[in-house]
Write a protein that binds this ligand. Structure first.
Ligand code: URA
Length: 236
């Protein structure tokens, strides 16, 4: 890997910051000063130090984003801002991708990683990873809906959903609910409510498996997962 990429990945700032740092003579590889960003290092073999401190390369990043509305869950898009556009250079350099999709108008917990295996273990239908959403729904959500969601409802394409846990938080012409599902069909939550003649007005994902969206994260901001949080998500 190129030295400048490694240092940027390790949080030493932007490409420009890294260039300056290297020019200053503070970066050593196996004891020799290195000033050229394009020099390649072997991240397993070579010892890189900055100001005398060893820099340990980490190959993967795991980010928790509080996705705002209006941004799409993709790595690139010709017209719209993507969740990757919200990242700092030091994270974008890992070339990460979103773990699954939230609709453009859905907010909340979205994981972003460059670890394909991690993505697979969360997305595979066989793993039944739960996803929890809160929503406001036009129409009065009732105990009948709780039972129907428990049994499985038939979506517009004939698919019958797996059992889901519905909680009514506020009942009325506009209801507030929490719903936990174990699958991720296209527009699943919206279509489940359509199946019982109601309309999702706002939707936010709050949980994936045992991981809860950090309430400190403002919309559009993100942070790295802690090791404990990554462990929470990995299958036993
Ligand atoms: N279900 C939906 O309808 N939309 C989402 O973004 C996520 C789940």
């Amino acid at each position: 890997m190129r030295m400048d990429k490694l240092l940027a990945n390790m949080g030493f700032g932007t490409r420009k910051d890294v260039k300056k740092l290297m020019k200053s003579g503070s970066v050593h590889v196996n004891g020799d000063v290195v000033k050229e960003g394009k020099l390649h290092v072997d991240t397993d073999q070579d010892m890189v130090t900055v100001y005398g401190e060893i820099v340990k390369y980490k190959p993967f990043i795991y980010l928790m984003l509080n996705k705002p509305q209006g941004v799409i869950s993709a790595t690139e898009d010709a017209q719209h801002e993507t969740v990757i556009d919200l990242l700092l250079f030091e994270h974008e350099m890992y070339e990460p991708f979103p773990v699954g999709r939230l609709d453009k108008d859905t907010e909340g917990l979205l994981l972003i990683t460059n670890d394909g295996q991690f993505l697979h273990s969360l997305m595979s239908p066989k793993k039944h990873v739960t996803k929890t959403y809160v929503a406001t729904v036009r129409g009065e959500v009732t105990n009948t809906d709780i039972d129907l969601f428990k049994q499985g409802v038939t979506l517009d394409d004939g698919y019958v959903t797996k059992p889901a846990d519905l909680f009514i938080q506020k009942q009325g012409d506009v209801s507030e609910i929490e719903l936990t599902i174990t699958e991720g069909k296209y527009h699943q939550v919206k279509r489940m409510f359509e199946a019982v003649d109601k309309k999702v007005l706002t939707l936010k994902r709050t949980k994936i498996g045992k991981l809860t969206l950090d309430p400190e994260l403002e919309l559009g901001t993100y942070r790295e997962l802690t090791e404990a949080e990554v462990d929470l998500l990995l299958p036993k």
